[in-house]
Design a protein around this ligand. Structure first.
Ligand SMILES: NC(=O)c1ccc[n+]([C@@H]2O[C@H](COP(=O)([O-])OP(=O)(O)OC[C@H]3O[C@@H](n4cnc5c(N)ncnc54)[C@H](O)[C@@H]3O)[C@@H](O)[C@H]2O)c1
Length: 368
């Protein structure tokens, strides 16, 4: 089958491309090669030669028209990400870009057999908790006052008492930043227009994805790349809050397999799936894994800073995807090891994390 992968020059995209090629599909990539993810305009060396590459932006109708000609399926992974306060750009790229895909598909009656869109665990915001007195709760964003007082744990919206974090399943979302809202808009566009116009669509809510090729030039988010850059530079690892935030980390090879599974299995059509690592880690424990794997015994800088808008705990319930026969296989230690090996083989690898943090401090995202 001829398949289009938008964002195929990126991290998850390139691993998905490789798996598609391995399964005998012909792959076309549409990617704008945006800095700082890429060195301006340069196709990364890891993209296989047999890929048909189109440089173009998903906000541009003519780029979509060219890229969609003759394809039977689309993985739509191109996106604007991270934490910067250029709110409108998230919606232009992530929501409007996706609407254009469906607009062209409907207008031209394209025979698309599957559209898989990259959603995100970020749509859950603070996620799911249990209060001893009031049962399951989905609290809102922690307030600036609460965070400034270093009072990290979300409280029950009914009684104000502390709650226990639970694994978050798919039905309830509460996106609270521009990225998450734009990603949820993308899901709504894909699943609703897909269903209405008979374009089988699936939304994949990835947890924090890790492994080789995650761009180190874009150091605004991603504990793996930030900790690895800091550790290899002999710098302290910056741990926001108290490091007790729970996360699940999923290996990029497992994400690529999940993408292929829903592409091949029609039971997935018109549905949303969590794609996670299946196990909770405190950020502090993940930092220790990075120290162990890199062999750099750098200090852990805990508690000095926090990121306004961050989630306290978020761990995905992956039982829905498991029921289709998928199981995560990689571990955080494996992801770290593969990332370190790849990053060190890159000529321009250096520590970009400190300047990214300074920028986020300047725009008020990182606070002391
Ligand atoms: N990496 C994660 O942990 C994670 C978690 C949840 C969701 N996601 C989603 O998965 C997808 C892939 O993420 P990734 O980590 O591989 O990111 P990435 O930055 O490595 O790759 C994204 C690619 O999209 C391209 N791109 C960006 N804007 C574009 C535009 N306007 N037009 C065309 N191409 C554009 C970039 O050049 C890049 O190659 C994204 O949709 C992201 O929101 C990622």
């Amino acid at each position: 089958m001829r398949v289009l992968v938008t964002g195929g020059a990126g991290f998850i995209g390139s691993h998905t491309v490789e798996l598609l090629l391995k399964k005998g599909h012909a792959v076309r990539v549409l990617d704008a090669l945006v800095p700082p993810v890429h060195l301006a305009g340069r196709v990364p060396e890891y993209l296989p030669q047999e890929v048909e590459f189109i440089q173009g932006d998903v906000r541009d109708r003519s780029a979509w028209e060219k890229a969609l000609a003759g394809v039977e399926a689309v993985f739509h992974l191109a996106a604007y990400q991270d934490y910067l306060p250029d709110f409108s750009k998230f919606f232009h790229v992530n929501a409007v870009g996706t609407a254009l895909l469906y607009e062209i598909a409907v207008e031209r009656k394209l025979p698309l057999r599957k559209i898989v869109v990259a959603a995100s665990q970020a749509v859950y915001g603070e996620g799911k908790y249990a209060c001893d007195h009031h049962g399951v709760q989905y609290p809102g964003l922690r307030t600036a006052e609460q965070l400034a007082a270093k009072d990290w744990e979300p409280k029950c919206p009914v009684c104000g008492m502390p709650m226990k974090p639970e694994v978050t399943d798919e039905p309830v979302v509460r996106p609270h930043n521009s990225y998450a809202m734009s990603k949820y808009s993308q899901e709504l566009i894909a699943l609703n227009l897909g269903q209405r116009y008979g374009l089988p669509s699936v939304a994949m809510r990835y947890s924090i994805t890790q492994g080789a090729r995650q761009s180190f030039r874009n150091a605004y988010s991603g504990a793996l790349r930030i900790f690895v850059m800091q550790a290899l530079a002999g710098r302290p690892l910056t741990i926001y809050e108290d490091g007790g935030q729970l996360r699940d980390y999923v290996y990029v090879g497992d994400v690529a397999r999940a993408n292929l599974l829903v592409f091949e299995d029609d039971r997935a059509n018109y549905q949303t799936f969590n794609v996670g690592g299946g196990k909770a880690y405190a950020v502090l424990d993940f930092a220790k894994i990075v120290r162990e794997v890199t062999g750099r015994n750098v200090p852990l800088a805990v508690g000095g800073e926090y990121r306004f808008g961050d989630t306290r705990h978020i761990v995905s319930d992956i039982s829905k995807l498991r029921a289709l026969g998928w199981e995560p296989q990689g571990s955080p230690a494996q992801s770290v090891a593969e990332y370190v090996e790849w990053a060190q083989s890159q000529p321009d690898f250096r520590n970009y994390a400190d300047e990214a943090r300074e920028y986020m401090q300047a725009v008020g995202t990182v606070r002391a």
